[in-house]
Design a protein around this ligand. Structure first.
Ligand SMILES: [Zn+2]
Length: 191
């Protein structure tokens, strides 16, 4: 009985982990895998590329030659760089999975989410409108892997960095003064 219960819990946990991983892929990482399967429908301009903010794997906050990093708000970029160095001292290798994104890239992500979730209302729980996205203005970063997210959730406020969306443990913004508490998070599922 106890074993069955434990096993059911474990299955639930695994399902949640799988769901979160899936969401991470949708909202935050490179689109190359999806592009293989789905030709762009956005005409001759093609799918989003580095110029739209797509970042390669293992991007550092110091990779300022990449538009996705170069077009971040300078204060946010500096804070993320400081956190990256501090994390490195703790043995954690951080990567920026998304920094700045072009409007076009954000639109494409939202379109994909609408197809995936079946409605715009549901999609907006995971992907913001181009005019509302803090990635488009350069005021948000998505960080991976999970141990780097955990570190930032615990120590990010030293640099003014806070998780701002309750359903995205990887999404951070510069929203407090270094050393002060983080403000309450927004819950995008309650709109
Ligand atoms: Zn984000």
């Amino acid at each position: 009985m106890l074993t069955d219960h434990h096993s059911a819990n474990r299955t639930t946990v695994l399902a949640i982990v799988a769901a979160v991983t899936c969401l991470t892929l949708t909202s935050c990482t490179t689109v190359s895998a999806q592009d293989d399967a789905t030709p762009s429908t956005s005409g001759s301009s093609g799918p989003p590329r580095a110029a739209d903010g797509v970042l390669p794997d293992h991007t550092s906050a110091y990779d300022t030659d990449l538009p996705g990093i170069a077009k971040l708000d300078p204060a946010l970029r500096k804070a993320v760089q400081q956190a990256e160095m501090a994390m490195k001292d703790d043995g954690i290798k951080m990567q920026v999975t998304t920094g700045w994104r072009s409007k076009k890239y954000q639109e494409e992500l939202l379109d994909k989410a609408i197809r995936k979730y079946g409605s715009k209302k549901k999609a907006l729980e995971y992907v913001a409108e181009p005019d509302a996205s803090h990635h488009v203005t350069g005021h948000a970063v998505d960080i991976g892997p999970t141990n780097a997210d955990d570190w930032l959730i615990r120590h990010g406020s030293r640099y003014g960095l806070c998780q701002t969306l309750s359903n995205e443990i990887w999404h951070f913004e510069l929203v407090t003064k270094p050393g002060e508490d983080c403000p309450p998070m927004t819950d995008p599922t309650k709109n």
